[in-house]
Design a protein around this ligand. Structure first.
Ligand SMILES: Cc1cc2nc3c(=O)[nH]c(=O)nc-3n(C[C@H](O)[C@H](O)[C@H](O)COP(=O)(O)O)c2cc1C
Length: 177
């Protein structure tokens, strides 16, 4: 089996997830190409059996490069197994999971794919109180900080909401679909 993993990221969170998916698929004897969507604009996907497309979410949106990939390859994707994943703040809280699933995965699939994906993954994000990022990032961090305080967790520590066991188990399932 040959798989393409193509991802978009703004702060590096999706990169770690894409790398882990790649590692697990390789352990399952899948031949994997791992691509940052921004670095490869023209891709011939006809040799792949499985295409995993993923992105971080910013203001409700996938990255431009991953959206362009979905649009450009709409027909070719309809002939292969497609998997979508996102990393987003909505995945960190039970109360926002359903909304994240609908907005960032189900709607993206409906609007951009001809056939349904064989799987979707909604994965958590990383809270880093010391991250050197812009103003909006700081504002978002401030609201996460408040939520952590409410939950009695230490807001001065980094919190990685990516559940690696879940990500690995989800990936292993892809090879049996
Ligand atoms: C400026 C900004 C906007 C964001 N907007 C959303 C959003 O609309 N919905 C959401 O669930 N998470 C949102 N997040 C959280 C990100 O989706 C999360 O940090 C994700 O892991 C980022 O992935 P990346 O590092 O691969 O870009 C936002 C984060 C930032 C910094």
């Amino acid at each position: 089996m040959k798989a393409l993993i193509i991802y978009g990221t703004r702060y590096g969170t999706a990169t770690g997830i894409a790398e882990e998916i790649s590692k697990v698929l390789k352990e399952e004897n899948v031949d994997v190409d791992l691509v940052n969507a921004r670095e490869k604009k023209e891709l011939d996907i006809t040799s792949y059996d499985l295409v995993v497309v993923g992105s971080g979410i910013k203001m409700g949106k996938w990255t431009k490069a991953t959206m362009n990939f979905l649009k450009k390859n709409k027909n070719a994707l309809s002939k292969r197994k497609v998997v979508l994943f996102v990393t987003c703040g909505a995945a960190n809280e039970e109360k926002t999971v359903a909304e994240g699933q609908e907005k960032y995965l189900d709607n993206i699939a409906k609007e951009n794919l001809i056939n349904e994906p064989i799987a979707t993954g909604l994965f958590g994000s990383v809270y880093d109180p010391n991250a050197k990022q812009g103003l909006i990032f700081k504002l978002i961090n401030r609201s996460i900080k408040k939520e952590l305080e409410k939950q009695g967790k230490d807001p001065n520590k980094k919190h990685d909401y990516r559940n690696w066991d879940e990500i690995r188990a989800w990936t292993r399932n892809l090879t049996t679909e």
